[in-house]
Design a protein around this ligand. Sequence first.
Ligand SMILES: [Zn+2]
Length: 212
Amino acid sequence: MNIMCELKSEINEIEFHENIEGVDEWPHSWPKGEITYRLNTITQDITREQHQHRAVTVALRAWQLRISDLKFRRERNPDVSVDFEVSFEDLAHFDNKKGVLAHAYFPGQGDVSGDCHINDDWNWVTSSKYQTLSKPPLIPILIHEFGHSLGLRHDTTETQSIMYPSFDLGQKKNKLHQNDIDRIQERYGARKLSQRIIDYFQNRRDMAWDFE
Ligand SMILES: [Zn+2]
């Protein structure tokens, strides 16, 4: 059974209610250890290809800073198979639903586990710093999708949660909510890092230092 979760932009907020599968947590997680990932296709929207790869890494780091039992490693060799793949896909892949920003697969489903597809019908920018009402930022959307890749379902109880099912293009949402942190640590253990380090990376994400 391929359960797939779609993050939609605010304009299609009505639709997402149909996609909520229930309040129970997804039963599968990744086994402890290292998992590999790779961005396999790129978009024309962002000129520097390296920035696209970096956006994926920065989004994963948001989770990595909070958990102890998993490590993410970017695989650079295009011929080596990876645990989860990230790709830009055309509108047809999303059944021509323009409001969908991206979707991802939960773990425990074989080859597709963790895979994340981004709707290239949108005109993407890397960071929230560069977002506009018509240009969604990759990083918060990827943080949300990777939450699914790791096994988190939507959180409909808190609009500020990164796992809230829709994304308001007018707002900057760039950090994990305490709900997100609690849920991911329940699955993969809590990493002990000083608040100073967490804040440093938060600031780095807000200021888009990785994309200058
Ligand atoms: Zn989602």
